[in-house]
Design a protein around this ligand. Sequence first.
Ligand code: ACO
Length: 326
Amino acid sequence: MLRSKIIATGSYVPEKVLTNFDLEKMVETSDEWITERTGIKERRIAEGKQAASDLAFEASKAALKMAGLKAKEIELILVATVSGDMPLPATACILQDKLEAKKAAAFDVNAACSGFIYALAVADAFIRSRSYRRVLVVGAEILTKFTDWEDRTTCVLFGDGAGAVILEATEEDRGILSARIHSDGSMWDLLHTPGGGSRNPASKETVRKRLHYIKMRGNETFKIAVRTLEGLIRDTLKENKLKTSDLALLIPHQANLRIIQATARRIDLPIEKVMVNLDRYGNTSAASIPLALDEAVRIGKVRRGDYILLEAFGGGLTWASALIKW
Ligand code: ACO
């Protein structure tokens, strides 16, 4: 049976650190509130003209180095992002140019915080259908450039970064065992950026009304996320005839420590088996899972034969899981 396996990972975060104490000087908030409500202590901020493809480029180079591959050996590039370099063209094409991956097809996947798993599912389907043998999948975000720094309910949450994996076709009994993607568009307005698209094209008015910034009804999103993630994980395990105790590591989207803890509690998974790094990076949307996965791999938290579960919930609404035998 043909599967896809992750043969390498890479990540990159900008150098500039913004702490909760820095935010205390910008809006009416406190380190105590942010830590208690989110678990976030600091986040990385892209500077100047740095764009999503620049972060994606660094993460991709690290993954290619780990794989010992040249960019021209990549056949498909997928970039999951909602903060791409520009509306046109795809950030994946700009990344392809930077990498000089001349033989690859390239396109973006927009599924907010679930974007990386969505892109992984697309790559997996292409590999299983024998369309491509080697795919670069990247999650890259600079949400802080779409953050309203006067809105304390959102500006404390987001950070910038990128993570990449290289997938390769394998006949071995390991790799991605299942990838599930889901959406419910009826709640699209819980989390959205109203301006800059064809609904509200950029104008002085859209700028004046602050429509180019991310708007989120956080508390409603929080409740739906916890409920949905529990069902998603239970279904994914059942489909693969596994129990929670079979999991070596859960790598959740890093939105909020309380969502992560509640999810782990509901499925009876000890918190030691959950990868958490949002204290250092905040919510990096589509980049959060590949960032955490790369860290887990590099510190030796992931071993051959381990069952690893990735899960995410985000704007759209979208949610997704991927079960991997490493
Ligand atoms: N500092 C101090 N007080 C604040 C801040 C802040 N930064 N932000 C909000 N508050 C206040 C609110 O005004 C409110 O005050 P009130 O009670 O006087 O009205 C109070 O704190 C509670 O606000 P809530 O919104 O109810 O706080 P909650 O506990 O829900 O935490 C948070 C907010 C952190 C946003 C949480 O709801 C959350 O994490 N939601 C889910 C986010 C998520 O998963 N999004 C999907 C992925 S993101 C993506 O797809 C791009």
